[in-house]
Design a protein around this ligand. Sequence first.
Ligand code: AKG
Ligand code: FE2
Length: 378
Amino acid sequence: HCPIMSPVPISQINTGHIDDVQELRKAKPTLVPERFVRDATERPTLQSANRFPTACAVLDHDSYEVPIIDFSKLMKVDEDEGSWRAEILKLKRACQDWGFFQVVNHGIDLSLVEGIEEVAKEFFMLPLEEKQRYPMVAGTVQGYGQAFVFSEDQKLDWCNMFALGVEPQFIRNPKLWPKNPPKFSGTVDDYSREVRKLCQNLLNSIAITLGLKEGTFNEMFGVGVQAIRMNYYPPCSRPDLVLGLSPHSDGSALTVLQQGKGSSVGLQILKDTKWVSVQPVPNALVINIGDTLEVVLTNGKYKSVEHRALTHKEKDRLSIVTFYAPSYEVEIGPLPEMVDEINHPCTYRRYNHGEYSKHYVTSKLQGKKTLDFAKIIN
Ligand SMILES: O=C(O)CCC(=O)C(=O)O
Ligand SMILES: [Fe+2]
């Protein structure tokens, strides 16, 4: 069974009518329907996440910057041992303290980085009827629409999404791969191949930061599952009332996020009880640790981090997100090296990654709640 293709029997879901936000914006530029208006506790204007005490509120989070990792230095172990070691240490701190970092000199050709943005934008700008030829059916996560909506009373995100399973081949639904723009499919394939290599290389380096053998994760993952999601956030007349994307952690092992050039600032991560904006760095990719890495690999040593997206009054925003995860049949659980009964007792159970994927895609986005699936509650 493939969780990405049809996770929930469709008959059980009644999402009600979901407005397409681009159309809404076009027809009624100042209207924000009730279903998009967040409860006061969830609104972006609230600086700190309300469900935590504000013990850390004295820290000046506005000056916080997500760490920047030079990928080319990570790849030069033989040539320049000193700068390699320093970068590995930086990576280790980034994983430990942030769960998020940006990579520069990632080696992915600029023409691909620009190309994927171009085809994504062209796709979103197509007439609605054409995009709706690739519908994201309620309860599934591939195609065009809004994912993670399961009921009529659920708040909606100010976002249009287009998502595709990419690897392995059997998760692909060829009917959902657009013919227009003509370069779309080829570009997604070329880009995804490069991002996959980047993920595998980063997983090697991350293994090293944990004192593990370089290939530990890649060997364990088998033929990793890879999906791509393009998020398009039109401007919103009331960015103070809506969210572009609800707070969540990713179900992946690693996520690679490209923020569109010229996009508004929108991605925020929850850092010590405060929402911190990720400032776009030219040609950098944003990497974050997903739930699977938290559980499986590290027994909670590296945490997946909650994040969300905000909208802007005048500017739109595009993000292109790749999720990389183990093959579905792989059994996941903390590595023995990451567990010791006294200081780091095992806090996650073992499970099959396909099961977790299914659980993830059938739950609404709600912070890190989906990880309860894996936690051992004493
Ligand atoms: O658009 C963004 O910056 C956030 C996207 C995201 O977190 C996701 O697609 O999982
Ligand atoms: Fe995410």
